[in-house]
Design a protein around this ligand. Structure first.
Ligand SMILES: Cc1ncc(COP(=O)(O)O)c(C=O)c1O
Length: 393
């Protein structure tokens, strides 16, 4: 591939190491490489039936309903809100990053009254944050499980515990966009009412579909709430999906890819998938430690296993590091979002990837850091990463 902005000729496979979209496995690409089927035809019920069953397994729910909408995570945010709440309802959200902030914006756009607790970008939502801010009038609590802008994972079980301890009973709405299929998430155990994601991260698919999981309580709310909706009304989708169809034209080829991707996750075993991500994440953090750079996440137990946000604030322009990656090394790294622009860059390590890809990514980051003027010793991060991989094999 040649880059039109430089004289540099880029060869070899592109390294897509942003925190989503992620690399689509060849097996999934092949499953999508087929003629477009009739979405009202005889192939659909078996396909949709398997998707529902395997999505339930991935969300860890026995009894809740997976719901698919063409769209992305943003559509999932909107669907979660418009199906459960009414204009004027009060909801509680925690701004600990860019995506939590945007979801609160979606809520306000729909006439919800959002109590938005400001947290440091780089901290998780803690049980104490919930305890001190949740009140009886809150109809829903909105939590981003894994904040992709900062590389921080919130303990949803602890949030659930804090809600229970409060004696209040708001709906628990959880964004799992950069956690589902990479970091343990337990829809039933944590009594989540609505979870949402997009196809392009841990599910190892191209972008194009929002995936929700909806429990009985959330479905009951959608029968009485008054928020106007049409496309994102999940009632006809749940009804049609239970028969193997959709009330709209679905992204059919993506569904064939999804069948394959879910089979892959379940063949590897979800717990193994989580261990793989934890190990590759720790490998990355070891390299960052060896470079003597800071993680945005200060609490090690809350470090994300799907991406790492590295601060170079005061040392270099993070956007320049990302640009060097693009222009010289054929690697895509995540930029800093919102107020973090230029201060952090993000390394994605989620989805379909293994040790060598992470090592190569770290080698590329090391080179980009050097070229951007950050004083890191070449080989230092890679050596620390190799050592960890060897020791933890
Ligand atoms: C945690 C989180 N939530 C929501 C979104 C928005 O999703 P999308 O870009 O698919 O609309 C993203 C996107 O990266 C995300 O990381």
């Amino acid at each position: 591939m040649s880059d039109p902005h430089t004289e540099h000729f880029l060869t070899g496979r592109h390294f897509l190491q942003i925190p989503g979209p992620t690399n689509v496995p060849d097996r999934v690409l092949r499953a999508m490489d087929r003629p477009v089927p009739d979405h009202r035809g005889p192939e659909m019920p078996a396909l949709v039936g398997e998707l529902r069953e395997n999505l339930r397994a991935v969300f860890k729910t026995d009894r809740s309903e997976p719901v698919l909408f063409p769209g992305s995570g943003t559509g999932g945010w909107e669907a979660a809100l418009v199906n459960t709440l009414s204009p004027g309802d009060r909801v509680l959200s925690f701004q600990n990053g860019h995506f939590a902030r945007l979801w609160a914006e979606v809520a306000r756009a729909h006439g919800l009254v959002v109590d938005e607790v400001q947290l440091r970008w780089g901290d998780a939502v803690g049980a104490d944050d919930v305890q001190s801010s949740l009140r009886g009038e809150h109809r829903a609590v909105m939590i981003v499980h894994n904040e992709t802008s900062t590389g921080v994972t919130t303990d949803v079980a602890a949030v659930r515990g804090a809600i229970d301890a409060s004696g209040h009973d708001p709906l628990l709405l959880v964004d799992t966009v950069s956690s589902l299929g990479s970091i343990d998430f337990r829809f039933d155990d944590w009594r989540v009412d609505v979870a949402l994601t997009g196809t392009q991260k841990g599910l190892m698919l191209p972008p194009g579909t929002a995936v929700l999981c909806v429990n009985e309580r959330a479905r009951a709310a959608s029968e009485t709430n008054t928020m106007p909706r049409y496309f994102y009304d999940w009632r006809p989708v749940i009804a049609d999906m239970s028969r193997g169809f959709f009330p709209y034209t679905p992204a059919t080829l993506l569904l064939f890819g999804m069948r394959e991707a879910l089979r892959m996750l379940l063949e590897e075993g979800l717990e193994n998938v989580f261990v793989r991500h934890a190990r590759l994440a720790e490998t990355t953090r070891r390299a960052v430690g060896a470079w003597d750079l800071a993680l945005l996440c200060r609490e090690p137990a809350r470090s994300s296993n799907s991406l790492t946000a590295v601060s170079v604030d005061g040392q270099a322009d993070a956007d320049r590091i990302v640009r060097i990656g693009h222009e010289r090394l054929n690697i895509a790294l995540g930029v800093g979002l919102g107020p973090l622009k230029g201060k952090v860059f993000r390394i994605g390590h989620l989805g379909w990837l293994g040790e060598l890809e992470v090592l190569a990514t770290l080698a590329g980051v090391e080179l980009a850091l050097q070229r951007a003027g950050v004083s890191v010793a070449l080989g230092s991060g890679v050596a620390a990463a190799q050592q960890y991989l060897k020791d933890s094999a």
